[in-house]
Design a protein. Structure first.
Length: 339
């Protein structure tokens, strides 16, 4: 028998969007600027209800963002983290990240959020002074931590299920690394793809056929025609194909997929890779912005991605004035125009 100790801390995460309209006017009129405050409450699910506010204020000629505890009556300390991303609609971001900080009921002094991370030389002042136009968007993520718990339980280490779980934890990563190494080295490959940008990428028919009936039919047809194992892809570039192949080999979607999302979604649909289509349906809304929302909406409608379509439409309906401007814009400018 062995003893297993487990410690746990309950957490409660909230994400808020604060759109400040008419910001060009407000930023040039301090008496109005200083009145803008965003109030929110967190902690109800973990028994640590607290009320907070974010507010903008001028100090001299510079704009400042402050975070402040408004009300907390609990007897225990209140650990909190905060992230704020400020976007000015021109592709520039100011990001503030507050590391874990412990509050009590008496900690009501405003916290200056003007120390930043992210793009070099990007400050809150520069964001506010770059011709923001009508709207300044603040994305706020606040995490509150509850009280820790600690338990000890006895476990029979000889049980088959525990041994199986332990062995799988060791072997699964090794299996992933081995199969990925085969893909990257091209060892024992039996098909070569030539992409539209003339990259040659080797792969293994068996693995691709296991994930896609379209690939199976393609390879069967090639065997009958006795081709040389070369497949030309006119709709995929080399980088997009590498992301697609990594998913087919490991089930993992590369982080850089957001740069090639249209290629990836089109390929997932063309080759009938349902698991990838399901993942794109969930992930596509995370890429939405006012610069690409029309394009993403059209892409989700084209491929029947109902989950993505619903979330993208919700984003677009959050500001009807911007939607009106988007639909008035010439078609050629909708993809790249800053609103």
């Amino acid at each position: 028998m062995s003893l297993i100790a487990q410690s746990h801390v309950d957490t409660e995460r909230h994400e808020f969007i604060w759109n400040i309209n008419n910001f060009s006017f407000l930023s040039s009129n301090p008496k109005y600027f200083d009145r803008h405050t965003f109030h929110f409450a967190v902690g109800s699910k973990i028994g640590k209800v607290s009320k907070w506010k974010l507010f903008l204020a001028h100090r001299g000629s510079n704009p400042f963002l402050f975070f402040q505890l408004v009300e907390y009556t609990g007897p225990h300390e209140l650990p909190v983290t905060l992230e704020v991303c400020v976007e000015n609609g021109l592709g520039h971001k100011y990001e503030f990240k507050m590391a874990l900080r412990t509050f009590t009921a008496s900690c009501t002094e405003p916290i200056n959020c003007n120390s930043f991370s992210g793009q070099p030389y990007t400050t809150l002042k520069s964001i506010c002074n770059q011709g923001v136009g009508d709207t300044l968007k603040l994305t706020i993520v606040c995490i509150v931590f509850g009280n820790p718990s600690f338990t000890i339980s006895a476990v029979d280490c000889s049980s088959s299920s525990l041994i199986m779980e332990r062995e799988q934890a060791r072997t699964v990563p090794r299996h992933r690394e081995a199969i990925l190494a085969r893909l990257e080295s091209g060892e024992r490959s039996d098909v070569t793809f030539v992409t539209r940008d003339d990259q040659r990428i080797a792969a293994h028919r068996l693995i691709l056929s296991m994930q896609s009936a379209v690939f199976t039919a393609m390879f069967d047809a090639e065997m009958k025609e006795k081709t040389d194992g070369i497949v030309k892809l006119v709709d995929l570039g080399g980088d997009g194909l590498k992301i697609l192949l990594k998913f087919l080999y490991t089930g993992e979607l590369e982080e850089t997929w957001d740069k090639f999302y249209e290629e990836i979604v089109n390929a997932a649909n063309k080759y009938q890779i349902k698991s990838l289509m399901d993942m794109c349906d969930r992930m596509l809304p995370t890429l939405v912005s006012w610069q690409n929302c029309v394009e993403l909406l059209n892409l989700s409608e084209l491929h029947g991605m109902t989950g993505a379509k619903e979330k993208i439409e919700k984003f677009m309906k959050s500001d009807p004035d911007k939607i009106f401007q988007l639909w008035r814009a010439p078609p050629s400018s909708k993809r790249r125009r800053d609103i």
